[in-house]
Structure formats: C-alpha cells, structure tokens
Design a protein around this ligand. Structure first.
Ligand code: ADP
Ligand code: TRP
Length: 331
C-alpha cells in the first residue's frame, strides 16, 4: 500500500481554499491508502507566533480537520511536534543539505524579500524540516499545491543523496500528488488572486465563519459595473465570482447567471446573495461540528495521543534504521 503524507501549518483557521485545494483530497485519500496528515507546528515557528496564538491555531486546525471528515481511525492524524523523531531526522538531514541549495530556494528568497528583519536559520532549513516530515514515514505521495513543488524536489534530492552516500535503497523518492483536473484554485473575494488568509481582510471565507459573516463578506466582494454588450469578456473580479459559483453552487445556478451575464441582464447583488446562501449550506454543518469539537479537550487529547502513537510506530522504526546505517547504533 502506498504511503501518503501531507501537512498544514497552523497559522489560522481553514478557509474554502484550504478545503477544496487540500483537505478534500486528504478525505478522499484516507479511504484507500496508508495516510499521514499532520499539523506542521514546528514550521510555523519560523514566523514567531505567540504561544497563545500557536496553541489556539493548532486546536483550530485539528478541530477543523476532524469536522470536515478526516477520520482518526482511518488516517494517522497527528501534531508534528509530538514526534521527537522529526527533530532528529531534521538534524541528520541538515548535515547533508548545502547552504547554496537552501539559499537558492524560491520560498526562502521570497521570505528574505518580504521580511528582511527576520531571516532565521529555521527559514533557511525549512526544506530540510519538510523533508524530515516526509522521509520519516518514507512516504511515496505528497498531495500539495504548486507552491510546494520545489520543496518536494529538494526532498527527493536529499533522499537520493542519502541513498547514494550510504549505498542503500532506503528512502523512496516522494512524488507530488495532484488530482489532475480536480486540482482547483479557489479565488478570493477581493477581485484578484487566490483565496488566502494573509490576503486582504474579508478575502477569505473560513469554514468556521457564521452565516452573517459569510453574507457580509460575499456581499462586499469586488465586482464591476456590469457588461454593456453581449459576449463581453469578464473582468478578473467577476470571473472569480463565477468560479466560486462553479465550486459552491448547483450547475443550474451557474448556468442561470452565465446566461444573465451573456444577455447583459446580470445583477451582481442577486448572484452574491445566491452564492452566499450556497456557501452557508455547505459550511453550516461543518461549522457546527467545529464548534462542538474545538472545546472538547478530552476528545482532542484522545485523538492527538492516538495519532502520535500511530505515527511514532513508523517514525521510530525509520530512525532506528537510519542510526544503524550512519553508524550511531548502540554497543
Ligand atoms: P494560505 O494561502 O491561506 O496561507 P496555506 O498556504 O497554508 O494557505 O495552504 C495550505 C494548503 O491549502 C496548501 O496545500 C495549498 O495549496 C492549499 N490552498 C490554500 N489556498 C488555496 C486556494 N485558494 N485554492 C486552492 N488551494 C489552496
Ligand atoms: N510547507 C507546507 C506548506 O506550507 C506544509 C508542510 C510541512 C508539508 N511539512 C510538510 C506539506 C510535509 C507536505 C508534506 O503548505
């Protein structure tokens, strides 16, 4: 059976983009594979969150994973820092990760540009920490978005380098897993680009948002003055609203508004009202479960304990073998 693994940084609440771009795929995969899904809390330390924010966000993402249907009985659901083996493999991999290749990494260059005041070693070695997550379970497939492909390429480099150095076929080379046509990009509400939590205020709809907040955000979404002649191309903002309808609404609803646009009769207010209600229909049951689970410490404790135990079975086996391979086995 193939080993599938993916992680999400706990930097806020999950939004529709995270759901349709990542979590929904995790839910499908858990049925047929040996899956590891985890909350990458070590990774979020590179941005120096306060302890309260970090802990709160781990709780949020965990509750949201569970509320959307990730099943701790089917998949191994865990918190990255519950596995000390992650830190050990990170240390070992860093010995063979070269400064030059780490500095060339696009996400590192981007971080330096955006936050020149906080260029820490954790940022530089972000790819080796991610490689440690993946190689710890000797994963074959990693469902991630396009933005993570370079990190995965580096993971393959580290895996190959280890295998060559010790002349052993130990790590498989993990492949990015995307769902082909099913890989969706969820646009945001601010008229440009994708939905994301670090974009402008109100750009993202979170799974935990109340119906009132969802209505407010959608009604304020950027649109335009409306088409004046038949067949006029859509502006990016309006294209985004239609993409959201395509993801969230029934095909008839999409067809209706496409037709209205074509005939220049479209009222964006009506479209937004319908879109908001369709989003609410989808998020409401999830939101109810999130609110229930989020405050259930006992359940969260049980799930994380079980996840850590399952994950450590595979992690400790890998670490034991690696120690022997590199020559730090016991007497
Ligand atoms: P954000 O952009 O809000 O910071 P993350 O980078 O933490 O989100 O994303 C976590 C996962 O969710 C990644 O696998 C990413 O590809 C996916 N994802 C995030 N935003 C979107 C989006 N708008 N459309 C599709 N997938 C997304
Ligand atoms: N770097 C990933 C992101 O920002 C999160 C992540 C950490 C991850 N470790 C991973 C994803 C291992 C896949 C596999 O989205």
């Amino acid at each position: 059976m193939e080993v599938v693994l993916s992680g999400i940084r706990p930097t806020g609440n999950l939004h529709l983009g995270n759901y349709f771009g990542a979590v929904r795929n995790f839910i499908k995969m858990q049925e047929e594979n040996s899956c590891y899904f985890f909350i990458a809390d070590y990774h979020s330390l590179t941005t120096h969150p306060t302890p309260a924010d970090l802990h709160g966000n781990i709780r949020n993402v965990l509750a949201e994973f569970l509320a959307t249907g990730l099943d701790p009985e089917k998949a191994t659901l865990y918190v990255q820092s519950d596995l000390p083996e992650t830190a050990e493999l990170y240390l070992l991999l860093n010995m063979n990760a070269y400064i030059g290749e780490l500095e060339r990494c696009t996400s590192f260059k981007e971080k330096i540009r955006k936050h020149p005041e906080n260029v820490n070693a954790g940022l530089l070695t972000y790819p080796t920490l991610m490689a440690a997550d993946i190689l710890l379970h000797r994963a074959h497939k990693v469902p991630v978005g396009k933005d993570q492909e370079q990190h995965l390429e580096m993971t393959r480099t580290f895996a190959r380098r280890f295998n060559r150095m010790y002349n052993i076929e130990f790590f498989p080379e993990p492949q990015a897993y995307n769902f082909g046509e099913e890989l969706v990009k969820v646009p945001g509400l601010d008229g440009s680009g994708k939905m994301g939590k670090s974009e402008s205020e109100g750009n993202a709809i979170f799974l935990v948002d109340s119906p009132e907040i969802i209505r407010k955000k959608v009604m304020r979404a950027v649109s335009d003055a409306g088409p004046t002649e038949e067949g006029q191309a859509k502006t990016e903002a309006v294209e985004n609203l239609f993409s959201l309808l395509k993801i969230m609404s029934k095909p008839e609803t999409l067809a209706f508004f496409e037709d209205e646009y074509l005939n220049c009769r479209i009222r964006y207010g009506d479209l937004k009202k319908q879109l908001a209600e369709d989003i609410i229909l989808f998020t409401s049951p999830i939101r109810e479960r999130i609110l229930e689970i989020r405050d259930d410490n006992e359940y969260l404790r049980k799930v994380t304990k079980m996840g850590a135990e399952k994950a450590r079975e595979s992690a400790s086996k890998t670490i034991k073998e690696i120690r022997e391979i590199i020559g730090i086995s016991s007497f």
